[in-house]
Design a protein around this ligand. Structure first.
Ligand code: URA
Length: 244
């Protein structure tokens, strides 16, 4: 079915930015219609027939990708507090303008796998404790773990008035001060607090995976990439966001 729409509304509707951001983007000659730069946001286009492109990339009425980042230390998982740099500032423009939001939070000094999506339902499912989506971390500690720590994590560490869900704790064979821990929820400073209850200090923390999705070892700190279709469908399947 043919459906004409104003160019600026098409761009905002597809999540490329707010109305004023789109005005700027159009003025910067970043939008083309059928191969020609278009500076009139009020132009009516038919997305089914006209080839509308932003920074050379065709706009199709498809949802934004799910993106993984290897979060570096020293950046906040937030939209910006004016003081610190944030993970949003590391996202390439083409994704930042598509309303991608971080899924949950990693502490300022935590590194590793951070996901971004514009799909609020998917984000909610991935972080909700009820869904039990495993998050695997590698923690470097001030002292090695002992068997009693493994058992305590398995029985559920008390965190204030709350008992954490059972967590799998194992030794990292490559470093006697490192441990691998899988948690099913993401409470504030959860991993650091769980180790603190056992008398350990976390010196460094990296998230290695979320459910079936592993951090791409080729991503340097601060870099990101879109999930492959296979990665995205495995992730959606694990949390029931695949429509099943
Ligand atoms: N647990 C923590 O303590 N910090 C994080 O960033 C993630 C999990």
């Amino acid at each position: 079915m043919s459906h004409v729409v104003r160019l600026d509304r098409l761009l905002t509707g597809q999540g490329y930015g707010t109305r004023s951001e789109i005005r700027g983007i159009i003025r910067e000659d970043r939008v083309t219609v059928n191969g020609e730069v278009e500076r009139n946001g009020a132009l009516h286009v038919d997305p089914a027939k006209d080839r509308v492109a932003f920074d050379g990339e065709l706009i199709i009425s498809a949802p934004a990708p799910v993106v993984m980042m290897n979060k570096p230390a020293g950046v906040l998982t937030a939209n910006g507090d004016g003081l610190h740099s944030t993970v949003m500032s590391l996202l390439p423009d083409k994704w930042r303008t598509r309303k991608l939001m971080p899924v949950g939070r990693l502490d300022m000094d935590t590194t590793g796998l951070l996901l971004f999506t514009s799909d609020g339902d998917l984000a909610h499912r991935l972080i909700h404790p009820k869904r039990h989506v495993d998050k695997l971390y590698r923690a470097t500690l001030d002292a090695p773990i002992i068997d009693a720590d493994i058992e305590a994590f398995e029985s559920g560490i008390p965190l204030g008035g709350y008992k954490a869900l059972p967590a799998r704790l194992t030794r990292d064979p490559s470093d006697k001060l490192a441990a691998l821990v899988t948690v099913q929820e993401g409470k504030y400073h959860q991993v650091k607090r769980m180790f603190a209850v056992r008398g350990r200090t976390v010196m460094a923390l990296t998230r290695l995976s979320i459910g079936p999705l592993r951090l791409d070892a080729m991503l340097r700190p601060g870099a990101c990439r879109a999930l492959t279709p296979a990665e995205e469908s495995a992730l959606r399947e694990i949390c029931g966001a695949d429509g099943s």
